[in-house]
Design a protein around this ligand. Structure first.
Ligand SMILES: [Zn+2]
Length: 73
């Protein structure tokens, strides 16, 4: 969806990008590389198909992927 702009389930192009909400620290499905500080919070960007409701999650930045690999890898 992020790359193709098309829903893989229903082929709709009715895709909405939902950015991480900086104020919503405790909810959502962000990934945390530390429980001590919010500095370890990695925002997860969602793409929602407004035709069938399919949702994809993406991490936007390469350096954040590195952080995850260092922490969990
Ligand atoms: Zn769809």
């Amino acid at each position: 969806m992020k790359v193709s702009g098309k829903c893989p389930k229903c082929q709709s192009t009715n895709i909405i990008r939902i950015p991480d909400q900086p104020k919503r620290y405790m909810a959502g499905n962000n990934i945390y590389t530390t429980s001590i500080t919010l500095l370890g919070k990695i925002p997860v960007i969602r793409y929602v198909c407004c035709n069938c409701g399919y949702v994809e999650n993406w991490i936007d930045h390469q350096n954040e992927l590195h952080k995850i690999k260092e922490h969990f890898g």
